[in-house]
Write a protein of this length. Structure first.
Length: 129
């Protein structure tokens, strides 16, 4: 029995834990972006990174009623993870983060998307998670 099969809450999922950790990092670091970016790039990054966590949580709670709903929310979370890879690249190219941080964020969001894809592929009925 794997971790997802034993999950009683979205907070038990490793993919949620990873997404939450990096969303906190993104939030904290984006507060130091230039003032001109606070309501544009920084705000969009904070929303997209938190959206991954929120979609996992909402989808997990809906799985009791519809595995298709859970999959749909996981697919939206995958989109937000890919969106964050783009925003991280902008941050690097604009000089707001260094290359090491960009690579860490890029790789972590790619791994989160991979984990979400794997989780979505496993879902065939509510008891599968």
């Amino acid at each position: 029995m794997d971790e997802e099969s034993r999950a009683k809450s979205f907070e038990d999922l490793e993919v949620f834990k990873r997404a939450y950790r990096i969303s906190l990092e993104v939030h904290r670091l984006s507060l130091d972006f230039p003032r001109s970016e606070q309501f544009v790039l920084a705000d969009q990054m904070r929303r997209a990174s938190k959206s991954i966590c929120a979609n996992i949580a909402e989808g997990f709670s809906r799985q009791r009623y519809s595995s298709a709903d859970f999959r749909r929310f996981l697919v939206m979370a995958i989109g937000s993870a890919d969106e964050m890879r783009l925003w991280a690249r902008y941050c690097f190219d604009l000089g707001y983060i260094d290359e090491q941080r960009w690579q860490e964020w890029r790789d972590e969001y790619q791994e989160i998307a991979r984990m979400l894809s794997g989780l979505a592929a496993k879902i065939t009925r509510p008891s599968d998670i």
